[in-house]
Design a protein around this ligand. Structure first.
Ligand code: HEC
Ligand code: HEC
Length: 372
């Protein structure tokens, strides 16, 4: 009995000392210095091919696109070194085959903890200048890229620790030198890592769907798709057979989003203070902004379900049903959201048009794929 008790004490001490050590933090990680000046710094400007009819791409003057910067950003984007336990990268929740979303309702982070919002497709972000995330809380891609690494439900890492690992890495010091001209390994910073990721993200462009080809006069749409197109853009002459479905007021332009914030009736709320997720209002502090979310692009929409900020709809059929029935009621549901009362044929036509927005070129482009 006595022996057992001593053993118990000994075990407890052992557990106390070793059991509570934070996992995944490498206590031996000390940033390594080392000159890189023998590696040439010859950045080559990269030009992303902007499809005809797209808006101007505005690149911040202090982060021009270079071949080397994009290459580094792509590696970082796909490298699980970014997460505390080296199991996840940006790619885990932003997969090319899902239009750079993740096919989940709400995204799971490294600890298997679910976030409260659905992942967003990362396409044509270079053309958005009105804030990133569902609630617009991040002003630029450079600023945005700093956040997932330390987010407790995303990569749950520590930038100091990550930078330390990058200074010790076999290839990253060279890649940072080639992209940004740093002179020593110790000069790797999170700001440079974020700049590189932002450069890579700006190159992810979708502009070669059947709909784009139709606009360029290369293909015809089927009658069904064309009818859906005309309803989507409120273009049909026969408004009884093809009622205006108002979509393009919000999902308009070649980007299939005007990138503004609206309430499309995705949440029921008795008063402006009752939204489960305040969205834009949570950032601006303006009650009238509660319940508003960034209007997402509909490019590759067939691939990026479940839908809405909280992934409440599994299928596009459910989304169309939502708009057809007028959405959920709240004090600031947008006036463009009202019961469209579409019949089965009209719903099928709208769906057929949405499927013309799938762009297999961007879904399969080797330039955006996993380099490892
Ligand atoms: C655990 C899943 C997860 C990981 C890992 C993750 N993201 Fe995200 N990402 C999300 C979710 C969820 C959102 C929407 C969050 C919100 O709006 O609150 C999002 C939004 C974004 C957006 C905004 C897109 C837009 O149109 O506004 C960008 C850009 C982005 N992520 C880039 C990254 C990068 C870069 C990394 C890696 C450094 C990364 N993400 C890692 C889940 C993830
Ligand atoms: C008043 C502006 C507005 C109108 C009109 C509108 N939408 Fe939306 N749409 C939004 C907003 C805002 C969201 C995101 C809401 C959220 O996440 O809660 C959205 C989300 C979606 C989504 C899900 C996207 C994703 O990535 O999860 C689809 C699909 C969609 N809309 C299709 C349509 C179609 C089809 C129509 C026409 C029948 C339409 N929308 C009309 C504003 C609008």
């Amino acid at each position: 009995m006595k022996l057992n008790f001593s053993l118990f004490c000994l075990l407890s001490i052992f557990v106390l000392i070793f059991g509570c050590r934070p996992e995944n933090v490498d206590p031996a990680c000390l940033p390594v210095s080392g000159s890189l000046t023998n590696i040439p710094y010859l950045p080559v400007p990269a030009s992303a091919a902007v499809p005809v009819g797209f808006p101007q791409m505005e690149v911040p003057p202090d982060n021009p696109l270079t071949i080397q910067g994009v290459e580094l950003g792509r590696k970082l984007f796909y490298d699980p070194i970014l997460s505390a336990d080296s199991t996840q990268s940006c790619f885990s929740c932003h997969q090319q085959s899902f239009g750079f979303a993740d096919g989940l309702g709400v995204s799971d982070g490294i600890d298997g903890i679910s976030g409260k919002r659905s992942s967003m497709p990362l396409i044509n972000l270079a053309f958005n200048h009105q804030g990133f995330f569902w609630d617009g809380r991040s002003a630029s891609l450079e600023e945005q890229a700093l956040l997932p690494v330390e987010d407790s439900v995303e990569l749950h890492n520590d930038w100091d620790d990550l930078i330390c690992k990058l200074t010790q890495h076999d290839t990253y010091p060279r890649l940072f030198r080639e992209a940004f001209g740093i002179e020593d390994k110790i000069d790797i910073t999170k700001e440079l890592a974020a700049k590189a990721i932002a450069q890579f993200e700006r190159t992810i462009i979708s502009g070669n769907s059947k709909y784009d080809k139709f606009l360029r006069g290369e293909v015809f749409l089927s009658d069904e798709e064309l009818n859906g197109h005309d309803m989507f853009f409120d273009l049909a002459m026969n408004k009884v057979r093809f009622p205006d479905s108002e979509c393009a007021h919000c999902h308009g332009s070649r980007l299939l989003t005007i990138n503004e914030f609206r309430n499309n009736g995705s949440q029921e709320a008795a008063t402006l203070a009752d939204f489960e997720d305040a969205g834009l209002g949570g950032i601006t502090g303006n009650l009238g902004d509660n319940g508003k979310f960034r209007i997402p692009t509909l490019r590759n929409i067939e691939m990026s379900g479940p839908y809405m900020h909280d992934g409440q709809f599994e299928t596009l059929e459910e989304v169309i049903e939502h708009y057809s029935s007028g959405g959920l009621s709240s004090p600031n549901t947008d006036p463009l959201i009202y019961p469209l009362n579409l019949d089965a044929v009209q719903k099928a036509e709208l769906l057929a048009f949405l499927k013309t927005l799938t762009d297999t070129t961007s879904l399969n482009s080797p330039a955006y794929s996993n380099p490892f």
